[in-house]
Design a binder for this molecule. Structure first.
Ligand SMILES: Cc1cc2nc3c(=O)[nH]c(=O)nc-3n(C[C@H](O)[C@H](O)[C@H](O)COP(=O)(O)OP(=O)(O)OC[C@H]3O[C@@H](n4cnc5c(N)ncnc54)[C@H](O)[C@@H]3O)c2cc1C
Length: 449
């Protein structure tokens, strides 16, 4: 995460602002905006699926104002599409600046590739990828018990979460308004839009509000109801911390606990089984204490890692949880990414967020900004694809509950056919959607053909 004082910036990217957060914002290097050719849409590619018949309506997107809560992955990915479709987009982020922490996240299969290609970032993601590295599962003496192959742990393309977030931000900062260090406090919908009040900024009215603010979504709480109704704790917590011992990527388990360090995925990654814990999500020191307590008595070099914890600058702790909402939208408010589908840590959260942004924006464009039609179609198109979060939960795989289950998990990686079967299954989930060819942004804005 960019560090520094909490300061607020409001104003279109590119306007003059002397505040600290704006200076930090500009520290993210600018990249060349994608061209029609690089997005995979030829300038005159025909619009398929009957969408061209609605071409006249498509221009309506120009007048649509959208507020997106959350600037991690889902938020900037949606901002990318909607700004290109001509909407006026504001992204509000509670953190004082872009959060660049986290391990590597991965993409796999043709669906992910297609969407990244259409966003014009496929090559950039490839360029920044960490490269899948085999990870040794070790015993308390550091002896290798099994090897987790890179293609299993890192999908087809693996990129640090922070690098991906920065890349999406770079591609949208010039066309969207980013407001850091603020949060929505109320949402009141009327015929004309959603009236929004903020912790710090002046109230405003938007046509559409999007909750892309993660598993603990503020927008979901305000528009749908308390988190307890929608988020289901799956029995494990995970933590990331910039602590290290050695360079080689290794993973060490004891029943219900896991520590993984080294390799390009950095920082260190911990998983532990636990009942639901009550803690302050903004109190990092308290969260460090929770991790230290959970890892207490663990062998190998875990005590060395825990000794570094007080000095760790980067730290993140959260539960592995499922989010279950009966509908992704309420009126003009819609959920995207972890806020809608949850984070089960199985390597799907980021792919779902990026593909979900493409589908939601595409349906809005195809419906000429009519949120009722678009949200219904987004729901129909996406609910089946997001089912992996209903089935998956990486917790028991990463931190099996008994020594026997740890041995069984390790055993699976001894046989190539088991690995192939697991990869086939994950690839199937990642591609299980009929991706529509939505109108190209140039058509919507009336600038081509
Ligand atoms: C710092 C960080 C590290 C992560 N590390 C990993 C990892 O190592 N491995 C992994 O699999 N997944 C990780 N994740 C989760 C991963 O990014 C998501 O599962 C996935 O990419 C989908 O992203 P999302 O944008 O829907 O949600 P998230 O990535 O969770 O982003 C939500 C965003 O909303 C912001 N937000 C929260 N509350 C508010 C509010 N009230 N107002 C405005 N903004 C708000 C958050 O600060 C955050 O920027 C991490 C997330 C974060 C924020």
């Amino acid at each position: 995460m960019y560090t520094g004082t909490v300061s607020r910036h409001r104003g279109r990217a590119g306007t003059e602002c002397s505040c600290e957060s704006q200076r930090r914002r500009r520290a993210v290097p600018a990249t060349t905006p994608p061209t029609a050719a690089s997005t995979g849409w030829g300038r005159c590619q025909p619009v398929v699926g009957g969408l061209s018949a609605r071409a006249a309506k498509l221009g309506d997107m120009k007048n649509t104002t959208v507020l997106i809560s959350g600037s991690s992955i889902a938020g900037p990915a949606l901002a990318y599409w909607l700004s290109r479709y001509g909407c006026t987009v504001t992204v509000v982020e509670k953190a004082p600046a872009l959060r660049l922490g986290g391990q590597a996240v991965d993409f796999k299969g043709a669906t992910h590739r297609t969407v990244l290609g259409r966003m014009g970032i496929l090559e950039e993601v490839r360029r920044r990828q960490t490269g899948g590295t085999d990870q040794a599962i070790i015993d308390a003496e550091g002896r290798t018990l099994a090897i987790l192959p890179g293609e299993f742990t890192g999908g087809e393309m693996e990129i640090l979460r922070g690098d991906l977030s920065a890349l999406l931000y770079e591609r949208t900062a010039g066309s969207c308004e980013y407001v850091f260090g603020d949060s929505i406090t109320s949402l009141t919908e009327s015929v004309g839009g959603v009236h929004v009040t903020f912790e710090r900024g002046a109230p405003r009215t938007y046509d559409i509000v999007v909750g892309a603010d993660g598993i603990h979504s503020n927008v979901r709480r305000l528009a749908f109801g308390p988190e307890s109704q929608y988020v289901h704790h799956l029995g494990h917590y995970y933590a990331l911390a910039d602590v290290r011992v050695g360079r080689e990527p290794v993973m060490y388990n004891e029943p219900g606990r896991m520590a993984a360090v080294g390799g390009p995925k950095a920082p260190a990654f911990f998983v532990f089984a636990s009942e639901r814990l009550e803690f302050d999500r903004y109190d990092v020191e308290q969260q460090k204490r929770i991790l230290a307590e959970a890892m207490k008595g663990m062998g190998w070099r875990v005590p060395e890692l825990m000794a570094q914890l007080p000095d760790a600058r980067e730290f993140y702790l959260d539960s592995i949880s499922r989010s279950e909402v009966d509908h992704y939208s309420r009126g003009r408010v819609v959920l995207l990414g972890d806020a809608a589908y949850g984070n089960t840590l199985g390597g799907f959260g980021t792919g779902l967020a990026v593909v979900g942004a493409y589908v939601l924006a595409g349906e809005l464009a195809a419906a000429g900004g009519d949120h009722r039609v678009a949200f219904q179609r987004y729901e129909e198109a996406f609910r089946g694809y997001a089912k992996i979060t209903k089935k998956g939960n990486a917790g028991p795989f990463l931190a099996p509950p008994t020594s026997g289950r740890i041995r069984m998990r390790n055993w699976m990686f001894k046989y190539d056919f088991m690995l192939r079967a697991m990869l086939k299954l994950t690839d199937k989930f990642a591609t299980d959607i009929d991706l529509k060819d939505y109108p190209s942004p140039e058509h919507v804005r009336g600038t081509v053909c």
